[in-house]
Design a protein around this ligand. Sequence first.
Ligand SMILES: [Fe+2]
Length: 132
Amino acid sequence: MLNYPQVALDFMNRDHAEFISLREKLLSLLTSGSPNDEVDTSLNELFDHTQHHFAEEERLMHEVSFPPFPVHKGEHDAVLADMAARVTRWKQDRDMDALREWLDKNVGDWFVNHVSTMDFVTARFIAAQRPQ
Ligand SMILES: [Fe+2]
């Protein structure tokens, strides 16, 4: 299980929990050698979820003129580019081990690091700007 902190905005915590469950679902499909079309569906769900979540964070950061916006957005863009490349590669080579390794290690490490640093600071900043 991944160990990551709760942040100051509820919608982000809910989205992070959903990300975790989509990642777990995909990992278990890959571990059990499920059919490719089931993996495709699950991978698309994870990718869509990530795109929507990033877009919502970026909308709020923009709204409150969060100063390190470009840094946070830059990391989002890099992650989406990596995910898109992985989806393409998976559809070409159908290598379940490679996809599972990436999801388990790279995505897991990235998620914990990103939530603990950028999301944590961003959520606190946005929550502080809002009228109580
Ligand atoms: Fe983020």
